[in-house]
Design a binder for this molecule. Structure first.
Ligand SMILES: NC(=O)c1ccc[n+]([C@@H]2O[C@H](COP(=O)([O-])OP(=O)(O)OC[C@H]3O[C@@H](n4cnc5c(N)ncnc54)[C@H](O)[C@@H]3O)[C@@H](O)[C@H]2O)c1
Ligand SMILES: O=C(O)[C@H](O)COP(=O)(O)O
Length: 526
């Protein structure tokens, strides 16, 4: 039974698939204190949040069973992603579900700011009839500067264009072609700052975007500029904003998000030019159903070991590529595990080579899976989320190579492992009708199914060696299911690859190592 803990309010309709799933127990507990959260997360296999729950490294460490963290929304700055990745926990979000709602909220804030609607409302309901104090400005023919032209910024630009605004957009990933296609003018950040009548930010909060709109930016803005932040508190430096309002540079500000949430009585609220909402950008029935449905579905896939999308800490794999690579995934992990068990010494380097048609594909996902197989021999709790992170953390050099020439097999995967005492190379292929096979161990050609209990014996080629090995296995009641022998030269170094019916006891390994012709015996369990 999978336990899913939900600690922020999610649409019930949106999580219906979780509530109805027979293999899932849903625990909904919102407004938990940090201490309560640490307690509740201990038994959770998945944690679903919005922006309020702070999923810190401490919470992640307490979640010993956590496999997935689902963010029912876009921004994941309330989740310690590196900590989740280090633990091999997949973080998924719902990047599309609240785009329109947030763009509409931003536009509502833009109009409210231009026409002083909240101020006019407050005055009128207090019995005043003040028609001079709240004179506003038109949006028509004014310039809207958008910082961050992603999903929300793009939807907002469409609404601004419908109000005959000129739209300038700064986004490091915006192309001239796309700018023209959506009818905005591509600009530098400086141009947006200097030329806009209204400036709105729609970037994630990152170390690059924190205080992106700072005192220097305000000083370069047009007098009477109006600014909007419906993205994340902190993109606009709140102290610099207050100073710019005091100096009369900024005519008004509309804030849906704050550097600290909830903001309490924020100093900015003392300015009549400032309007605010409590992080309502995604607070519509439609958005909350969308994001809950999206994230609940992905978390369910993860818990069930099924393909999923919108992982924040994993590269996305196009569906077509997923289909191509799927047949190789099991083999990749088995090969990685075989190679690391066959290697001797402390792991230093892993080099993965893909040849044949595999060389023409993006095989990074397979390299991740191979690395998981390799590291699983040395570390517990490894999966393909944290494998690259754990390898890097331990100074293991991981290299991926593509070899276009073929070796008789259409697709080959070769794993070379270097340790502090030696190296070994394992080559595998997916044989039509037979499935995965190890076809080379170092320079020896073999035909080994990477499954079950294996014995890799490196020995000196001499008469009777095979018989003596067979006898010792028989003495220890271990039956041989299959056997491969490979050698370089007659009387030289050779290997035996035995597929046996049960795990090899330590006593048997010791007995084999007593034979003169045996160099090394390795038990490999896949
Ligand atoms: N107020 C709310 O309730 C609410 C709702 C949804 C999203 N958000 C916030 O809005 C943000 C944007 O959401 P989205 O769905 O449009 O995300 P998105 O990823 O589609 O777009 C973000 C854009 O910002 C751009 N960007 C990144 N760094 C930049 C920089 N330094 N300068 C300029 N552009 C930069 C990216 O290239 C991208 O195009 C989210 O990260 C989230 O924090 C808030
Ligand atoms: O990043 C987001 O999706 C928004 O900030 C929405 O946050 P919320 O889910 O807390 O409303």
């Amino acid at each position: 039974m999978h336990r899913v803990l939900i600690t922020d309010p999610l649409s019930n309709h949106g999580i219906e698939q979780l509530l109805q799933a027979e293999d899932v127990e849903v625990i909904q507990k919102t407004d938990l204190t940090p201490e309560q959260l640490l307690e509740e997360v201990k038994e959770a296999d998945a944690l679903l949040v919005r922006s309020q729950t702070q999923v810190t490294a401490e919470v992640i460490a307490a979640g010993k069973r956590l496999q997935a963290i689902g963010r029912a929304g876009v921004g994941v700055d309330n989740i310690d992603i590196p900590a989740a990745t280090s633990r091999g926990i997949v973080v998924v979000n719902a990047p599309d579900g609240n785009t329109v709602s947030t763009a509409e909220h931003t536009f509502a804030m833009l109009i409210s700011l231009a026409r002083n609607i909240p101020q006019g409302y407050r005055s009128t309901v207090q019995g005043e009839w003040n028609r001079k104090q709240f004179v506003g400005v038109e949006l028509n023919k004014k310039t809207l500067g958008i910082v961050g032209l992603g999903r929300i910024g793009t939807e907002l630009s469409k609404r601004a264009r419908a109000f005959h605004m000129k739209v300038l957009a700064f986004d490091p990933y915006l192309t001239q072609e796309r700018a023209q296609k959506i009818g905005v003018t591509q600009a530098t950040l400086d141009e947006v700052i200097a030329q806009s009548d209204f400036i709105t930010v729609h970037t994630p909060l990152t170390k690059e975007t924190r205080h992106l709109i700072n005192r220097d930016a305000f000083n370069r803005m047009k007098d009477g500029v109006r600014v909007i932040n419906c993205a994340r508190g902190g993109i606009i430096d709140e102290e610099a904003l207050a100073e710019a309002i005091r100096k009369g540079k900024v005519a008004g500000a509309a804030l849906d998000v704050f550097e600290t949430e909830p903001p309490g009585h924020h100093p900015l609220f003392d300015f009549p030019q400032v309007i605010a909402t409590p992080h309502l950008g995604a607070s519509t029935r439609e958005a909350q159903e969308n994001v809950a449905i999206d994230v609940a579905g992905e978390v369910l896939h993860i818990l069930r070991g099924e393909p999923f999308k919108n992982a924040v800490n994993l590269p996305s794999i196009p569906a077509e590529l997923q289909e191509k690579l799927r047949p190789y995934q099991t083999m990749a992990e088995k090969l990685g595990s075989f190679a690391s068990q066959a290697a001797e010494g402390a792991l230093q380097e892993v080099t993965v080579s893909f040849s044949g048609e595999l060389a023409e594909w993006d095989t990074a996902p397979l390299t991740r899976i191979i690395l998981k197989g390799v590291l699983s021999h040395y570390l517990s709790d490894v999966n393909y989320v944290n494998a690259p992170h754990l390898a890097k953390e331990r100074g293991v050099k991981v290299t991926e190579q593509k070899i276009s020439k073929r070796h008789g097999f259409t697709h080959l995967i070769r794993i070379h492992i270097a340790t502090d005492t030696g190296e070994i190379a394992i080559t595998g292929a997916l044989l039509n009708g037979l499935g995965p096979r190890i076809v080379r161990i170092d320079e020896y050609s073999v035909d080994v199914e990477p499954a079950g209990h294996q014995l890799l014996i490196q020995h000196h080629d001499r008469p009777g060696a095979i018989g003596r090995v067979g006898t010792i296995l028989g003495d220890h009641d271990v039956n041989i299911a299959a056997m491969q022998v490979g050698r370089r030269d007659i009387g030289g170094r050779a290997i035996m690859m035995l597929h046996v019916d049960k795990a090899v006891p330590e006593a048997l390994l010791e007995a084999l190592e007593q034979l003169d012709e045996i160099h090394r015996v390795t038990a490999i369990d896949l």
